[in-house]
Design a protein around this ligand. Structure first.
Ligand code: PGA
Length: 256
């Protein structure tokens, strides 16, 4: 049985220590006592130290929205995994559509970053998904991304990865993708993982959905055996809404 997952990224919405502190403390409070789901937060990169101070030994894990493709060296402006480990972060978001689009991240770079994440005992949350133009070929697109991003990763590590399915056209919208569409895509991902890495690995990996998730649509989105949770954005900026989403996922997934 796969344990459900609920995560949230703050992108660069809350960047000052004061506002980050207030939000993270509230989020910590609503996540206390939750053991039925794995929870993670990716704060704005400049406020990871705030999360680190507040979230030690709590059920709310935290991490960074990116790491450099090398651990240490001449890469001006990048964020090193060494800093994340030093801050006791345990998750890292890799390959988000905004990184792929705005910073030209390739599957090959993402694959390198996944390797660095695992070498440092971090859990990578690997984002994949198609653009509106790629909808026609979504099945092969997702399989190609999975093959490229996870190439050369041993299955003992692979089973610990979390895949975030985030159709690019559903990010930052009023509405998420329809639950039917999401369930079908998660089925494609599970099938592709089975073909690429075998049944055992495919059954162990958690696949969560991201893209305009809200407390209103979360229940329908996760009501499918291949959807193991959600990755929340804007609609979790109110901690009460994030709490509600965690409750919905825990209830539907039966706290497995
Ligand atoms: P959104 O962000 O919920 O604000 O669309 C989701 C994401 O990009 O992960």
């Amino acid at each position: 049985m796969r344990k459900p997952v609920v995560g949230i990224s703050l992108k660069i919405y809350m960047n000052r220590r004061k506002e980050a502190k207030q939000y993270i403390e509230q989020l910590k409070a609503v996540c206390t006592d939750i053991s039925s789901a794995d929870l993670f937060l990716f704060p704005s990169m400049g406020t990871i130290s705030v999360a680190s101070e507040i979230l030690q030994n709590t059920p709310l894990h935290f991490g960074s929205q990116n790491i450099a493709a090398i651990e240490n060296g001449a890469l001006t402006g990048e964020f090193s995994v060494e800093s994340l480990v030093d801050l006791n972060g345990s998750y890292v978001e890799l390959g988000h559509a905004e990184r792929r689009q705005n910073f030209n991240e390739t599957d090959q770079m993402i694959q390198q970053k996944i390797k660095i994440a695992f070498a440092n005992q971090l859990i990578p949350v690997v984002c994949i998904g198609e653009s509106a133009a790629e909808k026609q070929t979504v099945k092969s697109h997702l399989k190609a991304q999975l093959a490229a991003d996870f190439q050369g990763i041993p299955s003992t590590q692979l089973v610990q990865a979390i895949i975030a399915y985030e159709p690019i056209w559903a990010i930052g919208q009023k509405e998420a993708a329809s639950s039917e569409y999401v369930h079908q895509a998660h089925g494609f991902i599970r099938a592709a993982l089975t073909e690429l890495y075998g049944e055992k690995v495919a059954q162990a990996i958690r696949i969560i959905y991201g893209g305009s998730v809200s407390k209103e649509n979360a229940a329908a989105l996760v009501n499918d055996e291949n959807v193991d949770g959600v990755f929340v954005g804007r609609f979790g900026h109110d901690p009460a809404n994030f709490k509600k989403i965690v409750e919905i996922i825990s209830e539907i997934k039966g706290g497995r």
